[in-house]
Design a protein around this ligand. Sequence first.
Ligand code: TXA
Ligand code: MG
Length: 449
Amino acid sequence: METRISTDVEEAAYHLSKGRVIAIPTETVYGLAADAMNVDAVEEIFRLKNRPFSDPLIVHVSTPEVLERYDIEVPLWAQRLISLFWPGPLTLLLPRGRKIPPLVTAELPRVAVRAPAHPLTQALLNLLPFPIAAPSANPFSHISPTTPLHVYRYFAGKIPFILDGGACPAGIESTIIGEEQGRFILYRPGALAREKIEEALGEKLYSRSAPSVRKPITPGQFPKHYAPKKPLLYGWNSPPVEPNASLILFSGSPQTSHPYTHVLSPEGDLETAASSLYATLHACEEEPTEYIIAQQVPLTGIGESLHDRLRRATSRSLFTIGHSHHSWAEFLSLLQRYEVQAIVDLRRQPHSRFVPHFSQGPLQKALHEHGITYEWQPVPARLLSTIERLLHRYLHIALLCAEGEPHRCHRFRLSDELSEKGFSLFHILPEGHLQLHRAPISLRLSEKD
Ligand code: TXA
Ligand code: MG
C-alpha cells in the first residue's frame, strides 16, 4: 500500500468515510484515526498499533454540541472545563451513553472525549458526519509521533494516508481527567497543566496511584508507555558526559562538545521543552549511541507531564561498582558523579582487612553522611526483591562488588541474570566511565562464580 502524505482534508475525509485508518495531526501528537462508530475500522486501529483491546480510545469531536448527539452526558463540572479549555489538550472521561461502540471504550462505563485544537483536524471533523476515534499514532509502547515523518516511519505501507499538519505544537498528549465519587482525578498529566484545571474547578486534582498492568480501568496505567528502543537513564541533576550516550539536557547551553547533546529548551521554558521532547527521543534513538541520559525536569506546571513521560520511558537500570581499586575519595567521587542514591552490598564477607573504609560499619556510616542508603544483600536469591523494593524510592542504585573490573567482579554472573530479567546494567569502570553490560547469548557456557 502506498502511504500518501498530504494536507488535503477532503482526501482524509474520504478515507475515513470508507472505513479506513489514517493518521491525523492534533495540537498534542499525531493520532491514528478511524470512524468511531465503525467497529471494523476501530478494530483495525488496535491491530495496526498492536494494542490490547483492554486499552480504550479517545473520541475526538469538533465541538461539545456533538456529545449530545451520541448520548454522552456532560455534567456541570465538565461544561465548565469545556467552556474554558476546548478546543484544546484536555480529555474528559464522561458517562458513555448507549451509542458509542463498547469496543471504543473497552466496555468501560465512561468514554474519553476531547476536541482537538489543530485547524486541519477541526476542518476534517467538520466535514464528517461521525466523531473520530484516535490513539496516538505509534505502535503500542513506542514513543508518540509529533511529525508526519515519525508516523511515516512507523506505518509506511500500512495506512493509506497521513494528513500533514506539520509538527505538533504542544508535543505531549492531552491531560486526562474525570470525576469519581465527587473527587476529581488526574489520570494522565499532559499538555494542559494541572494548576489550570484546579483553578477552574476550584478544587485539587487527585493523582491516580501506582499503575496496574492488568486492569487499565484508568488511562496511562500501563507502567511503560513511552519506551525508546535503547535504555534511558533519567533523573540526573548534572548528567555525566558519557561517550556512548545521547544526552538530553533540560535547559541551558551545553557545556560540552559531545556530538549527541540535546537541549529541550535553552531558556528553561516548559512549553518549549514539551514540544521538543518526543522529537528529541526519536532523534536519540537514531543516533549511534548505546543509551540515553536525561536530566531531571522541574515538577511544576506541565513539568509534571514531562516528568511523567520521562519516568515511564526510563528503563529499569542498575549500576555496578567495585571498590578494590579505589581510595575512599575516588570511590565517593564516582558515586557522586553517577548520582548513586543507594548501594546494595553483594559481598559475602562485607569486610576489608586491608582497606578498612570498605568494611561494612565504616562504609555504611560514611555513605549515610553523604545521603546514600546502604543495604547488605549477599544472597543472590533475595537480590531481586531487595532491588524491587529500593526501586520504589531510588532511580540510581549501585551493586557493590569487590572488584571494579566487571569481568573480574565475583558476582558478574548476576549482571547477566539481571539483564535477562530486563534490567539495563551499567558498570561504573574503575577509570571512571560507564559501560553498558551485554549479557552473553548463552548464560551457561562461560560462567564462574
Ligand atoms: O493527546 C492525546 O490525547 C492523543 C491525541 C491523538 O488526541 N491521544 C492519545 O491517545 O494520547 P492514547 O490512546 O495514546 O492515550 C489515551 C489514554 C489511554 O491511556 C487510555 O487507556 C485512556 O486514555 N482512555 C481512553 N478511553 C478511556 C476510557 N473510556 N476510560 C478510561 N481510560 C481511557
Ligand atoms: Mg499513546
